[in-house]
Design a protein around this ligand. Structure first.
Ligand SMILES: [Zn+2]
Length: 64
């Protein structure tokens, strides 16, 4: 099954997801620790507004 990383919007496969996290009874899949950390900082923002296009840029700057 494929899932959307709620932070960067990437498609993450269940078997290759770097991090899985349960929030409000739903499981979310993340492509990297970076996205997971971002989500934890402000989960409601990503759930309400959807993926942040800047997340990818930030990730690249950190060399991930
Ligand atoms: Zn991501």
């Amino acid at each position: 099954m494929k899932h959307i990383d709620p932070v960067c919007g990437m498609i993450v496969k269940e078997e290759t997801a770097k991090v899985t996290f349960e929030y409000n009874g739903k499981t979310y899949y993340f492509c990297s620790d970076f996205c997971f950390e971002e989500f934890k900082k402000n989960p409601e923002k990503y759930l309400k507004e959807g993926p942040d296009k800047n997340a990818m840029n930030k990730m690249e700057k950190q060399g991930m």
